[in-house]
Design a protein around this ligand. Structure first.
Ligand SMILES: Nc1ncnc2c1ncn2[C@@H]1O[C@H](COP(=O)(O)OP(=O)(O)O)[C@@H](O)[C@H]1O
Ligand SMILES: [Mg+2]
Length: 389
């Protein structure tokens, strides 16, 4: 069928036709919104899971819900594409300025005018300018030069001003594990204070499966700050719906055998469902997707993944890192013990620490527990075996 009508959306952060199987999570977030609007504070939310399960599109959906509720939302990504910690802080300041302008256009109050001044001071301290909030810098708030203090004051003034009108301040942070330690500590500190002092401020974040453990390790009180939700593969019914619903809307149906073939290939992973659905759409000549079409689609879909989703990580690995990944792939998708890897390589464990560290920083592997490593990408073990065979 025609490319132009293809309703599937393979690609990082691309919104799917519908968020199949995520109602429980969107309900969690709607509850946070209604509690916040009613002036009751709540925990933030942390989503954790592998790459390609749909965390980013969930955060985008949360952001839209919060904006529809009239909340102020500032979005951040753990690692800025073209800069280090400074760029991420600058983005936070710009987001606050923009959000502040929006709030101002909905009507000013003395508290909001004060908050805008604090935001202006905070931004100016980070050398961010060019977005006029219509209020001058406020001396003595958000301008101490100590980042964590300034952030906390900015969050306090903004959230308290928003509370007056049943609104709230939300920071949406994707790939939270990539934030530098200073910014992370400041954000956790602000969330902690918000909970203690009833400011409507919420950190809503996503990251890799070990994010809850990493947060607790960085601040012992982090456990109580968030509702932690694991985001994983979809069950059979929701996976089927992710394939069938977008097609049905255009009068296109799947033969049962075709659906089975595609569902088996995708293993419930949203990214794979989109890739295989997209390939099925392009392979089928008629408005009925047959088993033959599906067989071709599985081939094409896998080839697409082998050209995009997997090599995106593989290409970033150095020669030594690739060897490390090859040794891991032997253990399959369940992960490896670092002791086993060292034995396999015939090396001392300490000599592999650097490679392990750089693979973690590149987001290709993570440490689910002490002495263990796993791929951050579903299906990566098989891919590594294919490319190194
Ligand atoms: N609930 C869902 N139903 C159907 N497709 C989804 C769902 N969640 C995500 N997707 C698709 O999966 C892919 C990966 O989503 P993304 O949010 O980038 O994942 P992550 O951030 O976890 O790596 C995208 O192609 C997206 O359209
Ligand atoms: Mg993502």
């Amino acid at each position: 069928m025609h490319n132009a009508t293809n309703p599937y959306s393979p690609g990082a952060g691309r919104s799917p036709f519908e968020l199949a199987g995520r109602t429980a999570l969107t309900n969690d977030f709607d509850l946070l919104i209604s509690r916040a609007a009613a002036g009751r504070t709540d925990r933030g939310i942390v989503l954790h899971g592998l790459h390609g399960v749909g965390k980013t599109v969930l955060l985008n959906d949360f952001r839209r819900r919060a904006e529809n509720a009239g909340f102020l939302v500032v979005s951040l990504e753990g690692r800025d594409a073209d800069g280090g910690p400074k760029a991420v802080r600058a983005k936070l300041a710009r987001g606050l300025l923009q959000a502040g302008r929006k709030a101002n256009s909905r009507g000013n109050t003395p508290a909001l005018a004060g908050a805008l001044g604090t935001i202006a001071s905070f931004a100016s301290g980070l050398q961010v300018s060019g977005i006029d909030v219509g209020v001058g810098e406020r001396h003595g708030r958000g301008d101490s030069g100590a980042f964590a203090v300034d952030l906390e004051e900015t969050v306090e003034d903004t959230a308290v001003a928003l509370a007056e009108r049943g609104s709230a301040l939300i920071f949406v942070v994707d790939e939270l594990q990539n934030l530098d330690a200073g910014l992370l500590a400041a954000l956790l500190g602000a969330q902690h204070q918000a909970g203690q002092r009833d400011w409507p401020f919420y950190l809503v974040a996503a990251g890799l499966p070990n994010l809850p453990a990493a947060l607790t390790a960085s601040q012992r009180y982090a456990e109580g700050l968030f509702t932690y939700r694991s985001v994983g593969a979809l069950d059979r019914e929701d996976s089927a719906s992710a394939l069938v619903a977008p097609a049905l809307e255009q009068g296109v149906s799947y033969d049962p055998e075709a659906l089975d073939l595609l569902l088996n290939a995708a293993g419930g992973y949203p990214y794979f469902l989109q890739e295989y659905g997209s390939a099925a759409w392009e392979s089928a000549p008629e408005k009925r997707i047959t088993a033959d079409d599906a067989r071709i689609a599985v081939e094409i879909g896998r080839a697409q993944l082998d050209q995009g989703f997997f090599p995106l990580r593989w290409r970033r690995a150095t020669k030594a890192e690739r060897e490390f990944l090859r040794l891991m792939a032997i253990d399959g998708p369940g992960g490896s013990s670092t002791a086993t890897l060292a034995a396999r390589a015939g090396k001392k464990m300490t000599s592999m620490t650097m490679t392990r560290g750089s693979l973690i920083r590149k987001g290709i592997i993570y440490a689910p527990e002490l002495g263990q490593v796993s791929f951050t990408v579903p299906g990566m073990a098989d891919y590594v075996r294919r490319v190194t065979a």
